[in-house]
Every structure is written in C-alpha cells, then in structure tokens.
Design a protein around this ligand. Structure first.
Ligand code: SF4
Length: 439
C-alpha cells in the first residue's frame, strides 16, 4: 500500500462506557490523577453536596507526598472500599451528572482512550484495563482501516521524510499481522527480522518493504523460520519472570489475583512443582485448550498486537513520535519490537495457563477478563514495557533463536489458514537446573 492511503486506527471511536453495567469500574482501586486545571475549576463549583465531596476527595499531591506535575496536580482520595467518593449508588459520577463532562479531571474524561500524536498527527488507542475497551479491541473485526492520506512524498524535508517512512513501515507491520498464511509466531519473527534490517539501513525502508513483501508472497521465509526450535521450559521460565515483574510495585487487585490463580492451576503450579512439570502442564494447556480456541478466533491476538502497536507508536516509539524537526531523534525499531514481543509473550503465556484452568469451558469472556486484569496490573506502570524488554535482553532471548524459543507455538500448522498437520509438542528438550523464578 502506498503512502496515499495508509492504515490508521479508528476503532477507538467504537468505544462507549457502559457505566453501571461495568464489571470492573475504573472509578476506584487505583490512583486517579487530577490535573491542575480541573482542580481549579472544581474550586468554583457552587456550595452543595458535590462541592463538599470534591473538597475532601481532591487532595493536592504535595499533601500526600507524591510526585506532581501538570497532569497530576492532585489525586482522588478513595473511600475505605477503594472507590471514588463521587460515585453514586447507581454507578454514575455525581460530578459529571450535575455539572457535566467539562468539570471532570482530564484522566476521567479521556479514559480509556489513549490520545497520542505521531509527529503532530493525532491518533487514539484504547487502554485495555477497561473491560469494555478490551471487548471492543479483542472481539471486534480487524481494527485498522485504510484511509487518511500522507502529505508529501518524503522530499519536503526531514520531518515529512521520516513521517512517510514511519507510515510505510507501520503499514507493513500491520499488513503482516493480517497474513494468516503464516502462523502468528512466524509473523512476529518476520517483524523482528525486518526490524534488524531497518535499523542497519534506516533509509532503505521502501526497498525493504518491497523485498519482505515479495519474500512473504513467495513463501521463502516460512521454511527458514520453521527450522527454528522452541523450548518449553525456557519459555515457561521467561513467562513466570515476566509475570512477577511488577508484583513489588503494585497493589495486587482481586481480578489480577483471580487471573494468576487460574494461570497457576492451569499449569499445575503448587508444592513439588518444578520447571519441568510446569512446562509440561503449560504445553498441554496450549495444545488442548489454547490453540484450538485461537484457531477459531485468530483476530483476537492480532487485534491485541495492533492496539499495542498504536499505543506504543510502533515502529519508532513514543520519543520519536513526540519529537520535532529541531534535532534528529534516534530510534531503534528492534528496541520497540522487543518491547512488543515481551508483552505478547507474557499475555499469551497467561492466557495459556487460564485456558488450561478453564479447559473446554474457555471462552471469549475469559480472554477479555485475563487481558483486562493484566493490562490494569502492568500497563499503567510507565516502566513496565522497558522492564519487560530488559528481561528479554538479560535472559539472552533477544536474538532470533531466543525469540523463536519464546514465540513459537511448537507447531507450524495450528493457526487459521494453514493446513493443519500433526501438532508437535511445545516441549522439546529439558533445561537442567533452572529454577522457577516467580509466579
Ligand atoms: S472501566 Fe470502562 S466501561 Fe467501566 S466505567 Fe470505566 S470507562 Fe466505563
């Protein structure tokens, strides 16, 4: 696809808050920031019950000893039950109901939409920590639509040239996600290969896209990738360590605890478990319950990855996307790819465990609940994506063989669009002496 009609995100427009029907309302159980402008507006509310609630609930961060800033001038003091005191019994916000959206803190008014910019162009993703947003993203049809054109052809200065390059590479990545003639793990491996090549020759984006498109169409890449092996114990070990990343920084909320509990049961975690027994349980859960389900619903993980790419401003990342022309901003597509790969490995690993726990009863609702609980636990930590990437690098899983170990399902034929042959087991060989690191 040329630069005149690239893929862009419009799915966030489908989101509607379901308010009182929501199973995990966002108005509580975490820190809700209040920006300075909203704090000031609420000081002008007429005397009454809502004004009295606001005065108690909006606490300047200086008073609670937290770090502040324009978007986090104050925060909402939750009730003992952990909910926002402005939430009425009918599940609606009293501030919004009585005075309108204009009085809401920015975070409340925007959430779960994640408004970003790519070199000045607005774009909106959805935070999957909201259950309804998770349903919109995961269960909807393909998320991206062809549309908005790209100004210029790369010859009107570095800003346009870089933006066009960004869009060409992103289009390639998103189209690659939709190529179901390749198993999803192979599509991700191809993206990893592409990232390395682009980082080596950044100006060659156009020709690289052409080269990779031709190789994909010709089927040459599949055979080479199929030769890369996975290793169930190493994959299990990394999933467990990724799952443990934010435990020391986070309040563990009941929905996340429930999800962890299902994951542990699904892989046979308990007294006497070893990495070997866990990997065996994980492999069985994958083959018997996870893979058949996702064979029937291939768009779910593709949509998850698409939203992740939009949120992280893949392929060049947030720093580049928010930069300007004044000075060149270095980026590494490989670095951005590794962040996405690490988050995907964690999400998929948890879903495998939950599928093993739910067995034949594994449904879309369990996928939504798992993804939402994980997003709420991990994705609101700004350091999470970097920590997950670092874990891959420090585990020496950032090379092509390491990535195959983590991403490969164990068989090439278990995804939609392929001829299904014998599914090889996820477990291939034992890694002696490895300890279970977290969970
Ligand atoms: S979590 Fe989402 S659906 Fe639920 S109340 Fe908040 S915005 Fe609405």
């Amino acid at each position: 696809m040329g630069p005149a009609g690239h893929l862009h995100a419009s799915y966030a427009e489908r989101f509607r808050c379901i308010g009182p029907a929501c199973e995990d309302c966002c108005c509580g159980q975490w820190t809700v920031p209040v920006d300075e402008a909203a704090y000031g507006r609420c000081q002008t509310l007429p005397a009454g019950a809502v004004r009295a609630l606001v005065e108690v609930a909006f606490v300047p961060v200086a008073q609670v000893g937290a770090a502040g800033g324009g978007k986090r001038f104050a925060q909402i003091r939750m009730t003992e039950a952990g909910m926002c005191p402005l939430l009425a019994d009918d599940g609606l916000c009293r501030l919004h109901e009585e005075f309108g959206e204009g009085y809401l803190p920015q975070a409340c008014g925007v959430y779960p939409r994640a408004h970003t910019t790519v070199r000045g162009e607005p774009e909106t993703g959805l935070a999957l920590s909201c259950p309804e947003a998770a349903r919109v993203v995961l269960l909807g049809p393909g998320l991206m639509v062809e549309g908005r054109g790209v100004e210029g052809d790369g010859e009107r200065g570095s800003r346009d040239a870089e933006r066009v390059r960004f869009l060409r590479v992103r289009d390639f990545a998103l189209r690659l996600l939709g190529r179901r003639s390749y198993p999803l793990w192979q599509r991700l491996m191809v993206l990893g290969l592409f990232s390395r090549r682009l980082d080596a020759v950044p100006m060659a984006a156009e020709s690289l896209v052409g080269e990779f498109d031709a190789a994909l169409a010709g089927g040459q890449l599949g055979a080479a990738l199929a030769a890369l092996e996975t290793n169930g114990e190493e994959q299990m070990d990394v999933v467990l360590r990724l799952a443990g990343l934010m435990l020391h920084r986070s309040q563990v909320l009941p929905r996340f605890e429930e999800c962890l509990d299902g994951f542990r049961k699904g892989i046979g975690y308990g007294p006497g478990a070893t990495l070997e027994t866990l990997a065996r349980g994980y492999g069985l859960a994958h083959d018997r319950y996870f893979a058949p389900f996702f064979d029937r619903h291939p768009q779910i993980l593709e949509n998850y990855l698409t939203n992740l790419m939009v949120q992280s401003r893949f392929p060049f990342g947030k720093r580049w996307a928010e930069g300007g022309d004044a000075e060149p901003i270095e980026y590494s597509m490989t670095r951005e790819f590794l962040s996405i790969a690490a988050q995907f490995v964690l999400m998929k690993g948890m879903l495998i465990g939950v599928a093993g726990f739910r067995r034949e009863g594994f449904r879309e609702a369990h996928v939504v609940a798992t993804v939402q609980a994980l997003a709420k636990h991990f994705e609101h930590h700004p350091e999470f994506a970097g920590a997950a990437r670092t874990l891959l690098v420090e585990s020496r899983m950032d090379g092509m063989q390491g990535l195959a170990t983590l991403l490969r399902d164990g068989a090439g034929g278990n995804e939609a669009g392929l001829e299904t042959g014998q599914r090889k087991p996820v477990l291939r060989r034992r890694v002696p002496g490895r300890a279970v690191a977290a969970g």
